[in-house]
Design a protein around this ligand. Sequence first.
Ligand SMILES: Cc1cc2nc3c(=O)[nH]c(=O)nc-3n(C[C@H](O)[C@H](O)[C@H](O)COP(=O)(O)OP(=O)(O)OC[C@H]3O[C@@H](n4cnc5c(N)ncnc54)[C@H](O)[C@@H]3O)c2cc1C
Length: 241
Amino acid sequence: MVMVSAYARPSTMDEALELLSWSGAVALAGGTRLGGDSSAREVEVVDLQALRLDGIRADGEHLLRVGAMTRLQQLVDSDRVPALVREAARRERPSTLRAQGTLGGCVATGDGESELLAALLVHEALVHVETSRGADSVPLESFLAGLPLGAGSVVTAVTLCTDGAAAACHTARTPADRAIVAAFARQTEDGRRVALTGVARTPILVRLGDALDPVGDFRGSSEYRRALADVLTQRVVEAIS
Ligand SMILES: Cc1cc2nc3c(=O)[nH]c(=O)nc-3n(C[C@H](O)[C@H](O)[C@H](O)COP(=O)(O)OP(=O)(O)OC[C@H]3O[C@@H](n4cnc5c(N)ncnc54)[C@H](O)[C@@H]3O)c2cc1C
């Protein structure tokens, strides 16, 4: 567990950004990952809960804006959220942790096995970030490639497209376990998007024929993950065609 040397709960974004610019300061959202951090480093915690960054609302036709402090369970429960994203949020963590963990925490962590992030990639997610230099919106693919997040940055929301036909397929050791590899696909009038977990440092968008070089572990070698990626991609593409 990290050692907390100071705790602050700012009520404005300006105050939060100022506090987060200090060396050793970290944003605290649901705390499920920070609490499980075994590095024993000393941190100054900036709790985001008073900033009112939660809520799910329509943001134009086929667009949904989800606040960064929205809990994973709120995503699961919302009938505004596309079914693929709701199911991926449900598979992310057990219910006790879903009630605590936030979308912002998941995005800022960028875990390579996150099915929620893969679902968001095919739903063309845009990540909204505030820094002392102002607000910016970045496609999730670029945001994940740029992790870790720079000091003094706060993810405020994620916007996603809700239209189109989508499908997911995964292989895991047991039905409730995290997937070794998972494939997500979505088809719209503008084209098809396919995303994979378990084959790179973060979930990634892939095009058919892309060369993958996954790191193997005790659940699956590099070759096995590559083979899974091929098979699961074919299945999800068939499902949306
Ligand atoms: C024991 C344990 C181990 C876990 N290990 C992993 C793991 O290895 N990989 C993984 O993906 N998930 C892991 N998780 C799952 C974790 O619960 C999810 O990633 C979750 O969605 C994190 O959300 P949170 O709100 O709890 O984040 P927090 O724990 O509060 O924060 C996680 C990270 O994101 C940053 N952050 C959070 N919100 C924002 C924001 N709005 N803007 C900027 N930065 C922000 C924090 O500073 C911190 O670095 C673990 C959970 C547990 C309980």
